[in-house]
Ligand binder design. Structure first.
Ligand code: S3P
Length: 441
């Protein structure tokens, strides 16, 4: 249980960086690749813990994956091509995305497959995925019908479903879409807006999928059991990882940062929209279309004044992984910021809304916490002059990284436990901090 101690603020910097490959797209490229026929070549795959869990899980299902010169080669075996041996045990580690999306691909397994995860993942809700997958015809066994460990037993007699996704969860939507790939007939999904990487990926591969975009919902139609060929793909930088460095730069002194080759899919940039409404002037430049997704470079420089925000709820799903770092910026803004309808935030790797309010109070920020809402009383003069200990946070990678950024911007002497946590999503985090000039003791 390593810990990090930070007692110096970040010094002025002017740098160009790249962040690790996008986690959502890394997981999707491996899972969708496993269903294709032939050799996939995937560049810039994230090396995070969640992706290692995905690779190990797919290998247990008979998918060959090798790395040569940093490039990932995956030998796809076609739809329902997994090697379903008896007594397969898959450990999804910390990754809710891998665990939930994989279940969608296992609905034909003739033998029970056991899925387990780490302590944090074992507390998370799987009912949301069990319910629709049961409708396709799959069977589940779990102690309380809700959490890992669970066992899935598939069926040959799958039937397509009509599914209404109401939470704005891309994981639920994607799990059903992946299940539909292996199911004969037409599956219809009406989904509250959330990141749309799965749909765009399948469309890019010319798999029969129709997407109609409405104001609040997307209508998705998938025609199952259509085999498709392997592909080459290059994973762009992860906007969720960029978020930490964007806020660091905004709150640092006289600094500038360019981040190259970032995925700026409109369903992922809620964070930039929110902070720009707060007065940040983050620029998305050099936009281009690649592999059915949008790529760009991001430019940001330090600023002194930020406004509070009454955060529009339509941004919630598009910024769901960035709220911790947004709350940090809100703490330095003038006025009271309000965030609502964020119940989902308490269902992540940790109860993030509750823990965020505790940490903010620890550093002297006044907050008012509701069951799915938070008011943050911003203070542009906020500084920390005391010792801060961050522990017992379920090893949530985003709590670790937000705490490091807070320490580097606000001062004080911070001891942050469970340092290994950050590698589950962003293994280059500390290396990049060193590159922009921070010297860890
Ligand atoms: C993800 C979807 C989101 C997000 C997670 C990644 C994905 O979860 O929080 O980090 O890749 O589909 P939900 O679908 O549960 O909101």
């Amino acid at each position: 249980m390593a810990k990090i101690i930070i007692q110096d603020k970040i010094k002025k910097f002017n740098k160009t960086i790249r962040v690790d490959g996008d986690k959502s797209l890394s997981i999707r490229s491996l899972l969708i690749g496993s269903q294709s026929y032939g050799l996939c070549k995937i560049k810039n795959l994230s090396k995070s813990g969640d992706i290692l869990s995905t690779i190990n899980g797919l290998k247990k299902l008979g998918i060959k994956i090798v790395f040569k010169k940093e490039i990932c080669y995956l030998y796809g075996k076609g739809l329902n091509g997994f090697n379903y041996r008896k007594n397969i045990l898959i450990n999804a580690g910390n990754s809710g995305t891998f665990a939930r999306l994989l279940l969608g691909l296992l609905i034909k397994t003739p033998h029970e497959i056991k899925l387990v995860g780490d302590t944090s993942l074992s507390k998370r809700d799987f009912q949301r995925i069990i319910d629709p997958l049961k409708e396709f015809g799959a069977n589940f066994k779990s102690q309380n019908k809700k959490n890992l460990p669970l066992k899935i037993l598939g069926t040959e007699f799958l039937k397509p479903i009509n599914y209404f996704e109401k939470k704005g969860s891309a994981q639920c939507k994607s799990s059903v879409i992946l299940a539909a790939l292996n199911t004969p007939g037409k599956t219809l999904v009406k989904a509250k807006k959330s990141r749309n990487h799965t749909e765009l990926f399948l469309k890019y591969l010319n798999i029969p999928i129709k997407i109609k975009t409405k104001k609040k919902y997307d209508m998705i139609e998938i025609n199952g059991e259509n085999q498709f060929k392997s592909f080459n793909y290059e994973i762009p930088g992860d906007i969720s990882s960029c978020a930490f460095f964007i806020v660091l730069t905004l709150l640092a002194k006289d600094s500038k940062l360019t981040i190259k080759d970032v995925n700026v899919n409109p369903s992922r940039i809620g964070f930039i929209k929110i902070i720009n409404k707060m007065g940040a002037k983050v620029k998305i430049i050099n936009k281009r279309d690649v592999y059915g997704e949008k790529l760009a470079d991001i430019y940001v420089n330090s600023q002194k004044n930020f406004k509070s925000i009454n955060c529009p709820i339509e941004f919630n799903s598009n910024a769901i992984d960035e709220f911790l770092i947004i709350f940090l910026l809100a703490s330095k803004a003038s006025g009271i910021s309000r965030f609502r309808k964020l119940e989902e935030l308490n269902k992540k790797e940790s109860p993030r809304l509750k823990l965020a309010s505790k940490i903010l109070e620890k550093i002297g920020v006044k907050v008012k916490l509701g069951s799915g809402s938070i008011k943050i009383f911003g203070n542009p003069k906020l500084k920390v002059n005391k010792k801060i200990f961050i522990n017992n946070y379920y090893k949530d990678h985003r709590i670790f990284m937000t705490s490091v950024i807070a320490a580097l911007c606000l001062g004080g002497k911070w001891t942050i436990n469970d340092m290994e946590s950050y590698s589950s999503s962003f293994p280059s985090f500390l290396n990049i901090l060193q590159k922009i000039g921070y010297k860890f003791k």
